[in-house]
Design a protein around this ligand. Sequence first.
Ligand code: AMP
Ligand code: MG
Length: 336
Amino acid sequence: MTRDDWSTRRQAAAFAAVRRAVLATQAARALIDRAASETIAKDDASPVTIADFASQAIVVRMLAHLLGAAPILGEESDTALRDEAHRAILDAVVAAADAAEEGIDAEEILEALATPKADPRNGPCWALDPVDGTKGFLRGGQYAIALAWIAGENGRGTPAESVIASPALDPTAADPATPSSPGVIAVAAPRSGARIASLAGGESAALVAHDWKRGDPIRLALSFERAHGDADSAVTLARRIGETFEPFRLDSCSKYLLVANGRADAYLRIPRDATRAECVWDHAAGVRIAMESGCTVCDLRGEPLDFGRGPTLSANVGIVVAPPRLAEALVAAARA
Ligand code: AMP
Ligand code: MG
């Protein structure tokens, strides 16, 4: 098989896996709404829901089924679910996963979640965020399922075939942060462009970022969670360049889709805590989709992101996603 054939196969498998995982997250949503949210506290205190486990198990199994076993760096693992005290959660995970893969059982889910975590330092691998924006998901806000193949390029780890599903996003709505059904799914691969389609099906459309020029007003996309980034500094930076609109504030890597389709001009992530590096699975797919829509993606110093350093972007500080002229201006403003 040629390189292009592999890329096409990977893209098709990633699309199918994420499309399926959406069904599991939606079933989990219904269960959570009924049972009030049952969560397991993780070390970083972010809530993990049955949706994360069900989604990851479905993606791992679909990829293995369609492509054979491949290394995968997923956010979740089986450890917490194997605890007898969490039996009710495991039962709920099975129920949610069943909506995506009928007849799946607890053992199959635990086995899928027990797949050892890949490390991009050891070679190409998938990076998966089974539910990005868990806090948004629990709030009934925006969330996403993100999957990217991390390959090597120019001595750095770089996202290649990538998929993001945003089941509550309507990028064309007046306020795209407001949850909406049926949601969208976006795909991209290196030098192939990025496309978006409704999760209800139908034709896909090219994702094209705004051709931003100096003098154009700037609409930022920022995290909803104030603790996840320094929003005030982001707005201050943008104001040094030009007039700004009220930012879109929304959870998850859905922000990448708003910049990729020109609804927002830039997504900025300015760390509040300089010792916390960004996670590979939170950004890999979004970065490829934004790049293919015509954006520049770099860190606050203008350095390219390196996805090959392990589970985090430890060589980078912050993230800038914007059309080239705006990215350049933002980096210059950040340096100043
Ligand atoms: P967002 O909705 O864009 O803020 O992205 C959600 C992601 O933020 C989660 O998947 C977490 O990995 C990440 N996150 C959690 N805590 C922090 C933090 N203190 N600073 C930056 N990102 C964080
Ligand atoms: Mg995440």
